[in-house]
Design a protein around this ligand. Structure first.
Ligand SMILES: C[S@@+](CC[C@H](N)C(=O)[O-])C[C@H]1O[C@@H](n2cnc3c(N)ncnc32)[C@H](O)[C@@H]1O
Length: 230
């Protein structure tokens, strides 16, 4: 009860902030120095598999809760942007069922290969992987119901233009869901504060890219879950 009151309160505060731009500007001014770990390579597959697929991650990443909160329907097409080893992609493929599709979008050929083998091993025909360029999600126009992006938003450069372009790939009522680390010292995730983005900054940038805040959820201990629509 208290929890849901809190979530509603956070949501309303964000809405008010958007109407009266001042608090957003103020929040953002503290964050002018965000440096994306630009084009950081994730080519060491052994190292990153250990990190992304660490069974201990499940405890704080709560993948089942994340998937549940995406409210996917059978047949939906989901793009997992910056999918890594497919930690979420394989779960998304199960969630949307055989008529749906989960596409792991990656800039690292090693990760794409890893996901392709993963899909084969799991015999999930609706789980595919796609190699893309850093500045383009490479999705066809009007082809995707949900763009899901976990721990990757802060890696992108020129995010406003990136998501402006990505908007074309969304079907009517399409959504973008960003899960990323709170900008504070945490026991997991990137340790460099400079590389993280506050939830206020994400909302501001997405607003500039033409998206509206739909939901802000705080059920994860270290990450925000923010849903946007056009
Ligand atoms: C921190 S990992 C997150 C992996 C995965 N989402 C997860 O939660 O396990 C970030 C991933 O994003 C990929 N990446 C970075 N920039 C990207 C871009 N511009 N487009 C697509 N993928 C990107 C990296 O190669 C890396 O695998």
């Amino acid at each position: 009860m208290r929890d849901s009151f809190y979530k509603r309160a956070v949501f309303v505060i964000f809405l008010i902030a958007f109407v009266f731009a001042y608090p957003i500007e103020k929040g953002v001014s503290d964050e002018k120095h965000h440096t994306p770990p630009s084009q950081q390579r994730f080519d060491n597959i052994d190292l990153w598999t250990k990190i992304f697929e660490d069974p201990a991650r499940d405890k704080w990443q709560m993948p089942d809760e994340v998937i549940k909160n995406l409210n996917l329907k059978p047949g939906d097409v989901v793009a997992d942007l910056g999918a890594g080893t497919g930690y979420f992609t394989r779960r998304l493929a199960v969630a949307v069922g055989p008529q749906g599709k989960a596409i792991g979008i990656e800039v690292e050929p090693n990760m794409v290969k890893y996901m392709e083998e993963d899909a084969k091993k799991l015999n999930l025909k609706n789980y595919t992987a796609r190699l893309v360029k850093y500045d383009d999600a490479g999705l066809e126009p009007n082809s995707v119901d949900v763009i899901f992006i976990c721990d990757t938003y802060h890696h992108l450069e020129d995010r406003t233009n990136y998501f402006r372009k990505a908007a074309r790939s969304l079907k009517p009522k399409g959504r973008v869901v960003v899960v990323d680390f709170y900008k504070k010292q945490l026991p997991v995730g990137p340790q460099d504060l400079e590389h993280k983005l506050s939830e206020v900054m994400v909302i501001k940038e997405m607003w500039e890219a033409g998206y509206r805040l739909k939901r802000f959820l705080d059920f994860l201990p270290y990450q925000y879950f923010i849903e946007f629509e056009l």
